[in-house]
Design a protein around this ligand. Structure first.
Ligand SMILES: NC(=O)c1ccc[n+]([C@@H]2O[C@H](COP(=O)([O-])OP(=O)(O)OC[C@H]3O[C@@H](n4cnc5c(N)ncnc54)[C@H](OP(=O)(O)O)[C@@H]3O)[C@@H](O)[C@H]2O)c1
Length: 287
């Protein structure tokens, strides 16, 4: 079995390393070639163009930013003809509608397509402990399960293509909303002279607590958003995708639209490449 890995950014890099560690033959492509050096050192074959990787592989794994990147890399005039007979596993965060469109394009040229977006970040990718959510036919899920288990031991079958993408967006809506809600309560407590330790002690004991609060607390208190695992520019993408999809099924999205404005302001304040806990610096204007 030979795997083409397309997109070796923050997440793609450790995920590709997992495959190499399992002695899987890997051929890797990344738009910025410098990022491929660690994979080459670990034994991956490196190519300059995506179609060169696709042509040689049985599986093509995508860990790219968004649909635009997927069209560039996978569905260009050069890459498309190479997809026949290959299995494409799309693991980035895109919308259900986008995922179904890409499936149709892949199937039209004789390829197979499944979606497998992930929950978890760089540490989980390094440890093979991502939560992998699979949108496919059940038979496809079973056939490709072994490969997916390199990224997380228990990939979950969600349903047909689009359902796993939808589940991933539902979870990322929570990332945005919970972070904004926590940042606001923390700021409010601080400004009202409430001791932060006491606020956290009570919150931790309550049903309102979510572990992400403690994960982001120190960054917020220190206004330190450097070296992100998940930059806020990606959370903006996911929030925009969520709102579009939720509106299309008639949901009231006013709460997440408020959060969207906060995220847009963080981008304007040049936090795009920083951790999404920079939401705190937008909310806590007197910092
Ligand atoms: N980071 C996380 O914690 C996390 C967790 C779960 C899911 N995700 C999702 O997984 C995906 C990848 O995330 P990441 O954190 O690894 O992002 P990243 O570090 O920004 O990597 C993005 C990858 O896409 C490539 N790319 C972007 N635009 C392109 C284009 N127009 N043509 C060709 N290649 C292009 C980048 O190439 P260059 O290196 O040349 O820029 C890079 O390989 C995203 O959909 C993200 O939302 C991220």
């Amino acid at each position: 079995m030979k795997v083409a890995f397309l997109g070796t950014g923050l997440m793609g890099q450790p995920m590709a390393q997992r495959l190499l560690a399992a002695k899987i033959q890997l051929i890797a492509y990344n738009r910025t070639p410098e990022k491929l050096s660690p994979l080459q050192a670990a034994g991956a074959e490196i190519v300059e163009k995506p179609h060169q990787a696709i042509r040689e592989a049985d599986y093509v794994i995508l860990m790219l930013t968004n649909t635009g990147a997927i069209y560039n890399v996978l569905l260009s005039d050069q890459s498309s003809p190479a997809l026949a007979g290959r299995t494409i596993i799309q693991m980035g965060t895109i919308s259900p509608t986008e995922s179904q469109e890409i499936r149709d394009a892949v199937v039209a040229v004789g390829g197979e397509y499944i979606e497998a977006p992930v929950l978890g970040s760089i540490p989980e990718a390094e440890a093979g402990k991502l939560i992998v959510m699979v949108g496919a036919q059940r038979e496809q899920y079973q056939r490709h399960l072994k490969l997916l288990q390199h990224f997380g031991s228990e990939p979950v079958f969600v349903g047909s293509v689009g359902t796993a993408a939808a589940l991933k967006l539902a979870l990322n809506q929570l990332i945005a909303s919970l972070t904004a809600a926590f940042a606001l309560s923390l700021s409010f407590a601080q400004h009202q002279g409430v001791d932060v330790d006491l606020f956290m002690q009570i919150l931790r004991k309550s049903a309102l607590y979510a572990p992400t609060f403690d994960k982001k607390l120190q960054r917020m208190l220190d206004s330190n958003y450097t070296n992100p695992n998940f930059p806020i520019k990606h959370l903006m993408k996911d929030t925009d995708l969520f709102i579009d999809e939720a509106k299309s099924v008639g949901l009231n999205v006013s709460s997440i639209e408020g959060v969207q404005q906060v995220i847009e302001m963080a981008i304007k304040m040049s936090f795009a490449h920083d951790d999404y806990s920079s939401i705190f610096s937008v909310i806590n204007t007197n910092e």
